[in-house]
Design a protein around this ligand. Structure first.
Ligand SMILES: [Fe+2]
Ligand SMILES: [Fe+2]
Length: 317
C-alpha cells in the first residue's frame, strides 16, 4: 500500500525561497509568509498498526476520523475556490490558487491511500464517503458560491490552526507514533500553513468579504466537523471492539477540551477568526514549519524532513 506523486517537484513553479536551514532552526519565530510550492510525496502505510499513535486509541481514531473526510473535503475546497477564478484579477493570487489546488489534490490522493488502510481494518469507509458525497452535493446545490467559499476559508483556518497546533502548540502526534504517519501529518500540516490564506484572500478581495457570512460559515463548519468526527469515531471504536470505551472517550475528551487540553490550547487561534480585522497570516509561520521546509530543500524527502524537525523538538524539550 504505497502512494507516490510522480508529477515534477519543481517544474516551472516558483522556488520556495524558504529561510536557510540554520536560520530556520535557530530562529525563535518566523513571521514571513511562506511561498507556496508543489512537492513530491511518497508514503507507504503497509506497516502502520491500527493505533499508530503509540497505541493511543482516542487520538489515533480522532485523526483517522478527520482524515477520512479529507479527499472529498479537499475536492470541495478546490472547487469552491476555483469557482471564483474568472473574478480574480491579481496574477499572484491566481498562481496561488493554482498551487493551492495542486497541494490539496495531492493531500487528497495521499489520504485516499490512508483510507484504504482504514478499510483494511474493517472501517466502513465506503458508507462514510457515500454520506459525505451526499453532504457535498447538497451543499453545492443549495448554498451560494460565496457561502461555499466562506465555508472553505473557515475550514482552511481550522486546518491551519490544527496544523500549527500539531507543530508548535500541542503535539498530538507523540514520540511513539509510526514515522510514516508522522511524516504524512507534518507534510500535510506544513502545506496547510503555506496555503492558509488563499481561500480567505479570494473571499475578502474578490467575493465581497462579508464578515457575518464568514462568522456563520465558521459556526457551520465547526458544528458539522464535531458531529461528523464524533459519529465516525463511534463507528471506529465499535469496529475495534475497544474495551472500556466510555473511559477512553471520557479521558480523551478531557485531553482535548480540559483546561490544558490540546484543542483548548488552540482556542485563541481559533477565536481569532471572529475578529473583523482577522487575516490568516496574523499568526505568521511557526518556526517548525520553516525548519521543515528548509530541511526538505536539502533532499526533497518529507519523511527525512519530518524526522529532522521531530529530533530537533525532542532535543529542545
Ligand atoms: Fe490539505
Ligand atoms: Fe488546505
Amino acid at each position: 500500500m504505497a502512494y507516490e506523486d510522480k508529477s515534477p517537484a519543481h517544474g516551472n513553479l516558483p522556488q520556495c525561497g524558504a529561510p536557510s536551514q540554520s536560520r530556520a532552526m535557530n530562529s525563535s519565530a518566523n513571521t514571513e509568509k511562506a511561498p507556496l510550492r508543489h512537492r513530491r510525496a511518497k508514503f507507504d502505510f503497509a506497516e502502520v498498526p491500527t493505533y499508530w499513535n503509540g497505541g493511543d486509541a482516542f487520538i489515533t481514531r480522532f485523526l483517522d476520523a478527520l482524515s477520512i473526510n479529507f479527499p472529498e473535503g479537499e475536492r470541495f475546497f478546490i472547487e469552491s475556490v476555483l469557482a471564483f477564478e474568472s473574478q480574480v484579477t491579481d496574477p499572484k493570487l491566481r498562481e496561488e490558487m493554482r498551487l493551492f489546488a495542486r497541494q490539496e489534490g495531492q493531500h487528497g490522493a495521499a489520504h485516499s491511500l490512508y483510507n484504504k488502510l482504514l478499510a483494511s481494518q474493517g472501517v466502513n469507509v465506503e458508507r462514510i464517503l457515500k454520506v459525505l458525497v451526499g453532504h457535498k452535493r447538497a451543499t453545492q446545490r443549495d448554498l451560494s458560491p460565496k457561502l461555499q467559499l466562506a465555508l472553505t476559508a473557515a475550514a482552511e483556518h481550522l486546518t491551519a490552526t490544527l496544523a500549527e497546533g500539531f507543530l508548535s502548540v500541542a503535539p498530538f502526534i507523540g514520540d511513539a507514533a509510526h514515522p510514516e504517519m508522522r511524516a504524512l501529518y507534518l507534510w500535510h500540516s506544513v502545506e496547510e500553513v503555506e496555503h492558509k490564506a488563499v481561500a480567505f484572500d479570494v473571499y475578502q478581495r474578490f467575493a465581497g468579504g462579508d464578515y457575518w457570512l464568514r462568522v456563520r460559515a465558521m459556526l457551520m463548519i465547526t458544528a458539522y466537523l464535531h458531529l461528523r468526527v464524533a459519529a465516525i469515531m463511534r463507528h471506529m471504536f465499535e469496529v475495534d471492539g475497544l474495551k472500556d470505551r466510555r473511559a477512553v472517550v471520557r479521558r480523551g475528551l478531557w485531553r482535548m477540551y480540559g483546561p490544558r487540553g490540546y484543542l483548548t490550547r488552540m482556542l485563541p487561534s481559533y477565536l481569532a477568526w471572529f475578529k473583523p480585522s482577522f487575516h490568516p497570516w496574523d499568526t505568521g509561520m511557526p518556526r517548525e514549519v520553516a525548519a521543515w521546509i528548509a530541511e526538505y530543500e536539502q533532499h526533497q524527502d518529507p519523511r527525512r524532513a519530518t524526522e529532522a524537525v521531530h529530533a530537533q523538538r525532542l532535543r529542545a524539550a
